[in-house]
Design a protein. Structure first.
Length: 529
C-alpha cells in the first residue's frame, strides 16, 4: 500500500495543525484525565516556552521519568518543541542501571514525579541544572542547592507569561534518545529525529488502512516506542488515544470495549494472558477490531481472533528502525511476519554478510528508501553506529528466513539479548548486576522459552569459594540495579561455564546446555516464602 510521506512533518507541527483544524476534538485520555487537540497544544507550547525561559537550549538533553499521565505527553512534545532532546526512562529503572543512563545522557534538566526524582538523585553523578516535579511536590532538594526546582504547573506558568516566538525545529533535528538493550555491553541510546515519529505514523496508518478519526487503546508506557507510536498515529488521523497505566489481563478487553477502540496495541505475552481468561460474551460495542503487535502466539492466534472478533497484524521492527516487515490486510497467514513495505529494502545474509538463498536462515539487513525511517545513530557510541551500519546496511541482529513467496519467518536473535514481555533485556547488564554480589564468581544470562510467549530469563552462576548465595537473596540483590522485567526467573548454580579460546564465556554453548531440573524457579516459590 502506498503511503503519503511528508518528510518535513514532526509531531509538534502535526499538533499545531490539529489544534487549528479541530481544537475541540478529544485527543488523549489517561486514567480519567483527558485533553482536546486545542488544550494539548496550549499545554505543549507553554511547556516548551517555559523550558526556554529557564535556560534549556536546543540540543540539550532532558530526562523524563514520568508514568503514563498527561504531563508525560506535554513534556515529550514540549521538550522537542523547545529544540531540546527528550530522553524517556522507564519508571522501573533502579540503581546502577539508572546511574549509567543518567551519566551517559548528561542532562540539563529532569522532569519526573517526586519519588522518581529522589531515586535519580541517589545515583546521578552530576546534578542537573533544573528539576521539574510532576504531581506531588518535593519537600526537599534531593539534587542539592545548585539545582533549580519547579513544579510542572510553575513551568507552564512561566511559558504562558512569555511572548517569545516558538520556532519549531525541523524534522532532521534530534528529537529523542531512547535506550535499546545492549549486546556485549550496556544499553545504547538510539537517536531518533523529530521526523521519525511523524513518518512512523504515516507508515502504520497507511499499511494497516486505519480510518481517519480512529480510536486507539494502548497500555504500554510512554518510554516505550509502542505507546509513542499509538499517540502519533492518533494525532495523524485526528483520532483519540486511550492510554492505560498498566496491563491487566482481567480488565484489558473490558477497556478496549469500554473505549470502543478501533485499534489496540499488544505484545505476544498479552495475547497469551488474555486467552487464558475465562471466556465470556463480548460487550454491546463488539465489532471487528485491529490489533497491532509482535510475537503473536501462532498456536492460539486464530482462536483468539474469533473469540475477540479482531484481526491481529504481526510486524517486525525495532527502536532503531520502526517498521521493517509487516503483514497487511488480506495477508495475515499464521507463521510469518510479513513483507518489507515499499520504502524499505532488505536482504538476508550469512556471517560474512553474503546473501543466502530463499529458505536459508540468515541475519536480516535493512536500509531505507525514504528519510526519517531509522535512527540517526547511537548516542556517544560512534563505533557501535558504524558497526550497525557496516556495508551501508543496518544489521538487525535477528535471524529470519525468506520464503519462496517473499514472506519472512522470524527465527531468533543473534544478539546477546533476551526478549521478555515486550522488553529487550541486555544479558550483559543482567550478568553485571549478578557479578556485583560478593559470592558470585561468574554469571551467564540466557533466554529460555516462556509458557506465556517470548522468553524468560535464566541465570547460570559460578559461586565463589566462600559459598553460594541464596537464589532469592541474589535476585533481591540484583533488583537494586535492574528493572523488574530484567530480573531472572531461574537461577542455577554450575561448577564452571564454557569458555572461548580468548577466555570469554561461550554463550552459544550456555544456551545449548540450557537449564536442568536443579534450577531454582521464583514462580515455584510459595507466596510469602
Amino acid at each position: 500500500m502506498t503511503t503519503d510521506f511528508d518528510p518535513s512533518r514532526t509531531p509538534a507541527l502535526e499538533l499545531v495543525a490539529a489544534a487549528a483544524d479541530a481544537p475541540d476534538l478529544p485527543f488523549v485520555s489517561i486514567d480519567g484525565e483527558e485533553a482536546t487537540y486545542g488544550e494539548a497544544w496550549t499545554a505543549v507550547s507553554e511547556t516548551a516556552r517555559g523550558l526556554r525561559a529557564v535556560g534549556v537550549n536546543p540540543g540539550e538533553r532532558v530526562i523524563l521519568l514520568i508514568p503514563n499521565r498527561l504531563e508525560a505527553v506535554w513534556a515529550w512534545f514540549g521538550v522537542q518543541a523547545a529544540g531540546a532532546i527528550d530522553a524517556p526512562i522507564s519508571v522501573e529503572a533502579p540503581g546502577a542501571f539508572l546511574q549509567y543512563l543518567a551519566d551517559d545522557l548528561g542532562p540539563t534538566a529532569v522532569i519526573g514525579t517526586a519519588p522518581l526524582l529522589r531515586r535519580l538523585a541517589e545515583v546521578v553523578s552530576t546534578p542537573p541544572a533544573l528539576a521539574v516535579v510532576v504531581g506531588e511536590a518535593l519537600d526537599d532538594e534531593p539534587f542539592g542547592s545548585t539545582t533549580r526546582y519547579l513544579s510542572f504547573d510553575e513551568l507552564r506558568a512561566l511559558g504562558a507569561a512569555t511572548d517569545e516566538t516558538l520556532d519549531l525545529p525541523p524534522a532532521s533535528a534530534i528529537g529523542t534518545i531512547m535506550y535499546s538493550s545492549g549486546t556485549t555491553g550496556p544499553s545504547k541510546g538510539v537517536m531518533l529525529s523529530q521526523g521519525y515519529y511523524a513518518t512512523l505514523s504515516a507508515v502504520h496508518t497507511g499499511l494497516f488502512d486505519i480510518r481517519a478519526g480512529a480510536s486507539t487503546y494502548c497500555v504500554q508506557p510512554l518510554c516505550h516506542i509502542d505507546a509513542r507510536s499509538a499517540l502519533v498515529n492518533s494525532l495523524h488521523l485526528r483520532g483519540r488515544l486511550f492510554l492505560g497505566t498498566r496491563f491487566s489481563a482481567s480488565r484489558f478487553w473490558d477497556e478496549v470495549e469500554e473505549h470502543d477502540a478501533d485499534v489496540f496495541f499488544y505484545v505476544g505475552t498479552m495475547i497469551h494472558l488474555l486467552h487464558k481468561q475465562p471466556p465470556r460474551p463480548l460487550g454491546p460495542t463488539s465489532r471487528r477490531r485491529i490489533g497491532l503487535g509482535s510475537s503473536t502466539p501462532a498456536s492460539i492466534q486464530r482462536e483468539f481472533e474469533a473469540r475477540f472478533d479482531c484481526d491481529l497484524y504481526e510486524g517486525y521492527g525495532m527502536t532503531e528502525f520502526g517498521v521493517i516487515l509487516a503483514q497487511q490486510p488480506g495477508e495475515t497467514e499464521i507463521g510469518h511476519v510479513g513483507t518489507p513495505p515499499e520504502w524499505v529494502e532488505v536482504q538476508v545474509v550469512d556471517q560474512d554478510d553474503l546473501p543466502v538463498p530463499d529458505g536459508t536462515p540468515g541475519q536480516l539487513l535493512a536500509r531505507p528508501r525514504r528519510p526519517h525511517l531509522h535512527m540517526l545513530g547511537y548516542w556517544n557510541k560512534p563505533e557501535a553506529t558504524l558497526e550497525a551500519w557496516r556495508g551501508l546496511w543496518f544489521h538487525t541482529g535477528d535471524v529470519v528466513v525468506r520464503r519462496a513467496d517473499g514472506r519472512f519467518e522470524y527465527v531468533g536473535r543473534t544478539k546477546d539479548s533476551i526478549r521478555r514481555r515486550g522488553e529487550n533485556v541486555s544479558a550483559w547488564e543482567v550478568e553485571q548486576a549478578a557479578s556485583r554480589h560478593e559470592l558470585v564468581l561468574e554469571a551467564a544470562a540466557i533466554g529460555v522459552p516462556s509458557d506465556v510467549g517470548e522468553e524468560d530469563i535464566a541465570l547460570l552462576v559460578v559461586a565463589s569459594a566462600a559459598g553460594r548465595p541464596d537464589p532469592a537473596q541474589l535476585r533481591a540483590f540484583m533488583a537494586r540495579d535492574l528493572p523488574r522485567y530484567a530480573l531472572p526467573r531461574y537461577v542455577e548454580f554450575v561448577e564452571e561455564l564454557p569458555k572461548t579460546p580468548s577466555e570469554r564465556i561461550a554463550k552459544g554453548l550456555v544456551r545449548e546446555r540450557g537449564l536442568t531440573a536443579q534450577a531454582w524457579d521464583v514462580e515455584a516459590v510459595p507466596a510469602g516464602a
